[in-house]
Design a protein around this ligand. Structure first.
Ligand code: SF4
Ligand code: SF4
Length: 174
């Protein structure tokens, strides 16, 4: 797809991201769609949220920042590694998500309730919860961002260690 993208939303910043991530080099080969794990992760997989679909919409100047389909990608980077044109799709999608958040489009971004930072797209979180529920597994741990989860776990381990030490009977020499 060797055409210039006319950018109608996101202004210069979006245009810069499109250029930096080499979207205009896309040749529409479809490798990114064929290799994408979203097809297995989500119940339904659509061209609308595939890398090729989003690249096309961005190059056509559609408002990708307000497109809920940009929040499905798992950012595994497989597509970028296989792309014959060098399109850096995972980096592109991360950059436009950050830009969308800065522009106030936050309904599809999940914020950690402890530190307040964005850490997961809503469709990914919802699907993870569905998968865990289907296996009868608890899902509270994914409510926190990875850093807070780690801190939480470290805190619990520290308390556990202190309790374990305090419950060990002391040996008093006769
Ligand atoms: S693999 Fe690259 S060139 Fe092929 S459709 Fe996807 S983004 Fe375009
Ligand atoms: S980075 Fe996103 S679009 Fe690319 S293969 Fe992974 S999940 Fe699919």
């Amino acid at each position: 797809m060797k055409q210039e993208g006319k950018v109608s939303a996101g202004g210069d910043l979006l245009a810069k991201i499109i250029e930096e991530k080499k979207l205009s080099l896309c040749v529409e080969c479809g490798k990114c769609v064929a290799s994408c794990p979203m097809a297995e992760f989500y119940d339904r997989f659509s061209f609308l949220f595939s890398a090729r679909g989003i690249v096309k919409k961005a190059l056509l100047g559609l408002d990708v920042l307000r497109d809920p389909n940009i929040w499905f990608c798992l950012k595994c980077d497989v597509c970028a590694q296989l792309c014959p044109a060098g399109v850096k799709y995972a980096e592109f999608v991360e950059d436009i998500r950050q830009l969308a958040i800065r522009e106030g489009v936050t309904e599809n971004s999940v914020v950690c309730p402890r530190c307040g930072r964005y850490y997961l797209p809503l469709p990914t979180l919802e699907r993870l919860k569905e998968i865990l529920a289907g296996k009868g597994l608890a899902d509270e741990f994914i409510e926190l961002c990875p850093q807070c989860r780690q801190d939480d776990m470290a805190g619990k381990l520290a308390v556990h260690t202190v309790l374990a030490k305090s419950s060990v009977p002391r040996h008093h020499p006769a």
